[in-house]
Write a protein that binds this ligand. Structure first.
Ligand code: G6P
Length: 608
């Protein structure tokens, strides 16, 4: 994800900023840039690719400056090219801006600015900011930034530098983290403490709606009405590794806890409540083209394949679209029957999984239209498909996928709304789904507040050798995902099964030593899974049931229950999977396993 580093002091600023950007590399990015003022002139260097490409562009020689502003970009609007890399400069070449976040009304602002004569160079949403600042500048950089921000909707962590005020940097925040590092005769700011912690441990965290004017000798923070805000100076504890994990012991736990925010980011700007649908600009298909599609094939691997299964249930139930799910590795080597009316959708967190990529190529070669549901912007799958939906989950570092899964399911719900409203879904039904989706992030937060209860349960699972995960309907894929998570990181043998299938084999394994996790929210198949739980209990199995809040019936028969809030059937996986992610995490920790890098597994499987 994007990173920002700004420095103003007396030391050489460029190497400090570059070093800070390198410390943000772990977040993932696809281009980098830096701006500084030399001999009263603003200089901007941008480069696609890694920071070393930017260094090469600077000819290996660091400019002799004491103020600099740097950025690593993780593309959202526009491909990862030199021109789209930040910083972005205005028409006069006197102002430069770096930005994390998304300016949601950028299209409108861009049209207005072009009418006023501004010339845009990039495809980014960010560039509107620097042209607005240019327009508003009237002797105070800070005031110009504030006036520009009054016009924008969306999220930002912002850094601004200008040849008009060479000893000053401006930072601003709304929904995208930014903190100041307070030093002696030098001050910094960054989107992440790990970029500045080697210079100072004294930090001031900006809150939404705050703007900071930073110079070598001090800083002043104001709100958007230019009223000064007095902020507490905090001390950052811990080493760099701890900071990157934001205090969490593992990336996996951090990513589990990031899900409320990540799901909001997947939905951002896409839900259309009035029409009961979702706007997905990246599909590159108009209504007529979408209506010509008569079949969808979802292809994926691993956790993404489980998300696809949930997508199949949603698309068939809510939009009556015939849908199939295939393992990418199988699809690519058989004779898949697809034609120009088939939409083949590859689902991939990394966008680089070799089998998924090859399956998409095979589908294309056979004349199908292709889409990607991808996290990594600019990845190979994202580039090769005809259109797609980015899930905007942010970089996922833990090998066991968590937030990408819930964001993929969210994206599939959006796609279902889009297809559904063109087919059988009424506007009222569509609105009901939109309203329920809006509640999901808060409901996920509520579950996460209860993580300690899952940690207690994990104690009872950590000695198991075999486990069974059961679910039905929308929660059958959740059972598969719960089992996959547990086996991936704790090395306990775990099998996921459709609950009724248990009778056809796994029931033979059940005894008092065998924990059985039943995903049993109160949905259309609730009574059926209650019967399956009875069957397990009749054989002395130990049952942990994931149930809807207030479910006393299952509480009376299961050994342990964990409650999740109520939602629509099709969205229950977004809630029921959370305790299973936590369970696998805490069991793995109790067993002393390497949670973030489990043995034999890779985050991105680029071999078949
Ligand atoms: C690997 C990862 C999984 C992931 C799968 C598919 O096995 O360890 O977490 O689900 O690949 O990856 P993709 O990037 O295509 O979603």
């Amino acid at each position: 994800m994007c990173g920002i580093v700004g420095y103003v002091g007396s030391k050489p600023a460029a190497p400090i900023v570059l070093e800070g950007l390198k410390r943000l590399e772990y977040r993932g990015y696809d281009s980098a840039g830096m701006a500084y003022v030399r001999s009263d002139k603003l200089v901007v260097k941008q480069s696609a690719g890694k920071i070393r490409a930017l260094e090469a562009k600077m000819n290996g020689a660091m400019p002799d400056v004491t103020v600099a502003l740097g950025h690593t970009r993780w593309a959202t609007h526009g491909a990862p090219t030199d021109v789209n890399a930040h910083p972005h400069a205005d028409c006069s070449g006197e102002f430069a801006v770096v930005h994390n976040g998304i300016i949601e009304n950028s299209a409108l602002l861009k049209r207005q600015l072009i009418e006023k004569g501004h010339v845009f160079k990039s495809e980014t949403d960010t560039e509107v900011l620097v042209h607005l600042i240019e327009d508003y500048y009237d002797g105070s950089l800070r005031d110009a930034v504030i006036r520009a921000l009054e016009n924008v909707e969306g999220t930002y962590g912002l850094g601004v530098v200008s040849s008009k005020e060479p000893g000053t940097l401006i930072a601003a925040r709304n929904g995208s983290p930014l903190l100041l590092g307070i030093g002696e005769g030098e001050n910094l700011f960054a989107s992440d403490a790990s970029a500045i912690v080697q210079h100072t441990k004294s930090v001031v965290c900006l809150d939404d709606g705050e703007v900071a004017e930073v110079t070598r000798d001090g800083y002043q923070i104001v709100d958007l009405d230019s009223v000064e805000v007095n902020k507490q100076v905090d001390t950052v504890e811990g080493d760099r590794d701890t900071i990157e994990k934001e205090g969490y012991p593992h990336f996996m736990l951090k990513e589990i806890f990031e899900q409320p925010r990540a799901i909001v980011d997947t939905m951002r700007g896409r839900l259309q409540e009035e029409e009961g649908t979702a706007r997905l600009g990246g599909l590159n298909l108009n209504d007529k083209e979408l209506q010509s599609i008569n079949r969808i094939v979802l292809i994926a691997c691993g956790t993404s394949w489980h998300a696809a299964l949930i997508g199949e249930y949603m698309l068939e139930e809510l939009s009556e679209m015939p849908t199939e799910v295939e393992y990418a590795s199988e699809f690519r080597y058989r004779t898949p029957l697809v034609d120009e009316n088939t939409l083949v959708i590859g689902i991939s967190q990394s966008g680089e999984t070799a089998d998924t990529l090859a399956a998409i190529r095979e589908a294309k070669a056979r004349g199908a239209r292709t889409l990607g549901i991808v996290n990594t912007v600019g990845s190979t799958i994202a580039r090769e498909v005809d259109g797609g939906v980015y899930i905007h989950a942010g970089s996922e570092i833990g090998v066991a996928s968590t937030k990408a899964f819930t964001c993929q399911v969210t994206a599939l719900a959006l796609l279902t709304l889009r297809f559904g409203r063109l087919r059988k879904l009424s506007v009222l039904q569509g609105r009901e789904v939109v309203q329920a989706l809006r509640k999901i992030p808060e409901q996920v937060s509520k579950i996460l507040e209860n993580a300690a209860a899952v940690e207690d349960l994990a104690e009872r699972f950590s000695l198991a050798q075999h486990t069974l995960f059961l679910g039905r309907g929308y929660n059958f894929p959740v059972a598969l995902e719960g089992a996959l998570k547990l086996k991936e990181i704790s090395y306990i043998h775990a099998e996921g099964y459709p609950a009724a299938e248990m009778k056809h084999g796994p029931i033979a394994l059940i005894d008092h030593m065998m924990p059985v996790v039943c995903v049993a929210p109160q949905d259309a198949v609730y009574q059926k899974i209650v019967s399956n739980i009875q069957e397990v209990k009749a054989r002395n199995g130990k049952v942990l049931a994931i149930v809807t809040e207030g479910d006393e019936d299952i509480a009376a028969i299961a050994d342990y229950t964990f409650e999740i809030p109520e939602t629509l059937d099709c969205l229950t996986p977004l809630l029921s999977v959370i305790p299973l992610q936590l369970l696998s995490y805490y069991v793995a920790v109790k067993r002393g396993c390497d949670v973030d890098q489990p043995r034999n597994l890779a985050k991105s499987v680029t071999v078949e």
